[in-house]
Design a protein around this ligand. Structure first.
Ligand code: MSP
Length: 533
């Protein structure tokens, strides 16, 4: 897959890279599901798209976990990294590139990046004293910690006192450049609440931070002093640049620049906002590289109000969830039910109820009952109706007319929930329309023209809903399109070539006379297991 900075119409989205200290949980899948949906939306618009992800494999946390398991760190990383890649496949997530920080290509990029920062005079040796949370891989201010120096994100773990010589990055030098960035580009950090958090943090004055470790073997040796290894976060952030190098090209910063760096969008959870909105742009400025367009910090999936995480042991197993309910159900639930940017609690009762209501009843039944009527009354073919003959007052036509643009706008700003609500509103209006227009009565009364308008309008509304929901539920959209007589694969990266947005996002594009496929339930009603999760 090639992606170039010279591509006029391009879009790139990056997820963080995941720590391989344990198997992925639903919280780690959340960012990646959102990134995949947004990548799919841009592919629908026929843009050249690059979606990147990977695994973060160095550092003390990984070293300790591997040791505790009696494994070599590399063997440990190989196993867990593969588990992440396998989960993305199960969730129907299609990253274009998957980067591992233990790869030689990434190492080459980190060294070139480090050298630039070094040559710029931004690295110096100093004494680091402070409380270190190994689970966050981050020094914490004493005032940020709970009792007995426990980390608020990992309340069962105490931060450890460190007093050692480290190399430091001159973050303080970039104070005013960063402030300038935030004021020149108010969209750089989104949503607004996260932007404010960063502004307030930066206004307190930036401290230099240490970028080497003396007591961690599992990392890249510091080129200027091999007794130290590079701090895992310095190493990890640079993955974004590594991922832009075409896999066929030499791993150099120049090739990252021609291969698509900087990315448009960093999607991250709010716990790692500072690294992405403060440290990372400063590191890029120091290395003389352009900055990404936007950093979006989403909320947490919580269980009983606490961040879901392996360290806390309150996780939901995504492999189990996907085996039980399928990928579309999970993608839909998390993106629709949790307003992106805010925290959201998972409840299996709610999960089952929402999916049954939206996908099995509202969308699934609508398609099913309409298809059966079309089979019976119109010989299995999309009724031959001229759009001009459908009144502009027709509720489905008028709602459908603006829906594509409205949903596109919602996807642009990552308002997945809003996009779903708007689409579902058309679906619900369609159900009501069928009940009110009663096609079976029109048929009995011999009102052929009216009957055909009603059936066309409903089929077309289901089609439009399927198209616009395809970034979230591509398999269900495939099934709907198939039953409507199309052969379109929403999982194909070039889907826009056969189903372009300019045509398919418009109400009224369903070809008249098209022979319909077999009617089959698109989503099986879910049963709640006992006891629920
Ligand atoms: N390795 C670092 C990121 C380095 S990026 C250069 C890291 N890894 S992580 O595995 O701990 O988290 C990866 C992503 O998963 C982060 O965006 C984080 O916010 C997200 N999530 C992990 N648990 C989460 C929830 N419970 N809820 C939502 N997302 C959370 O940080």
């Amino acid at each position: 897959m090639s992606f170039k900075t010279t591509d006029q119409n391009r879009f790139s989205v990056a997820t963080p890279i995941y720590y391989v200290n344990d198997l992925p949980h639903m919280g780690s899948a959340y960012t990646t599901i959102a990134a995949d949906a947004i990548a799919r939306f841009h592919r629908l618009q026929n843009q050249s798209v690059l979606m990147i992800t990977g695994t973060d494999e160095h550092g003390q946390k990984i070293q300790r976990t591997a040791e505790a398991a009696g494994q070599s760190p590399q063997a440990h990383c190989d196993y867990y990294s593969a588990a992440f890649a396998a989960l993305w496949e199960k969730m129907n997530i299609q990253p274009d590139r998957f980067i591992r920080t233990t790869s030689a290509r990434h190492e080459a990029i980190v060294y070139e990046f480090f050298q630039r920062v070094w040559d710029n005079g931004d690295i110096y040796m100093g004494q680091q004293q402070g409380w270190y949370c190994v689970s966050c891989e981050e020094f914490k201010e004493e005032r940020e910690l709970l009792e007995e120096h426990h980390c608020p994100l990992h309340p069962n773990k105490a931060a450890e006192w460190r007093d050692e010589q480290n190399y430091f990055f001159r973050l303080s030098k970039y104070q005013s450049a960063l402030e300038q960035l935030y004021s020149d580009r108010p969209d750089f950090i989104q949503p607004e609440s996260r932007r404010n958090e960063v502004l307030s943090f930066v206004s307190q004055g930036l401290q230099d931070f240490s970028i080497s470790r003396i007591n961690v073997e599992w990392g890249l040796p510091l080129p200027v002093n091999p007794d130290h290894t590079i701090y895992v976060w310095f190493d990890a952030l640079v993955y974004y640049v590594t991922a832009c190098v075409d896999p066929e090209a030499e791993p150099t910063l120049a090739n990252a620049l021609s291969g698509g760096w900087p990315v448009n969008l960093h999607l991250i959870g709010k716990d790692i906002l500072r690294f992405h909105a403060v440290y990372w742009p400063a590191m890029l400025m120091s290395a003389g590289l352009p900055l990404p367009q936007q950093v979006y910090g989403h909320g947490f999936l919580t269980k009983d109000g606490q961040k879901m995480g392996k360290s806390l042991g309150n996780v939901i197993d995504p492999v189990d969830l996907v085996a039980r309910y399928g990928s579309d159900a999970i993608r839909y639930y998390f993106l629709k039910e949790i307003e992106f940017g805010r925290d959201g609690d998972f409840s299996e009762v709610r999960f089952v109820n929402i999916l049954n209501a939206d996908l099995a009843n509202d969308l699934g039944n609508l398609l099913n009952r309409t298809l059966k009527m079309v089979y019976k009354y119109c010989d299995r073919q999309v009724p031959t109706v001229a759009i001009a003959d459908i009144s502009t007052e027709d509720i489905l036509r008028s709602k459908g007319k603006t829906l594509g643009a409205q949903v596109a706008q919602a996807y642009e700003v990552l308002a997945f929930s809003q996009a779903c609500e708007a689409i579902l509103a058309l679906v619900r209006a369609s159900n009501k329309y069928v009940d009110e227009q009663a096609p079976w009565t029109l048929y009995k009364q011999g009102k052929r023209a009216e009957l055909e308008v009603v059936l066309y309008a409903v089929l077309e509304s289901v089609r439009l809903a399927a198209y616009l929901l395809s970034p979230l539920i591509p398999n269900i959209s495939n099934a709907i399109y198939q039953q409507l007589g199309y052969s379109v694969d929403f999982n194909h990266p070039d889907v826009a070539e056969v189903a372009p947005f300019e045509i398919h996002a418009l109400w009224g594009s369903l070809p008249v006379g098209q022979t319909l496929g077999e009617a089959m339930p698109i989503f099986q009603r879910l049963e709640l297991p006992t006891p629920p999760i």
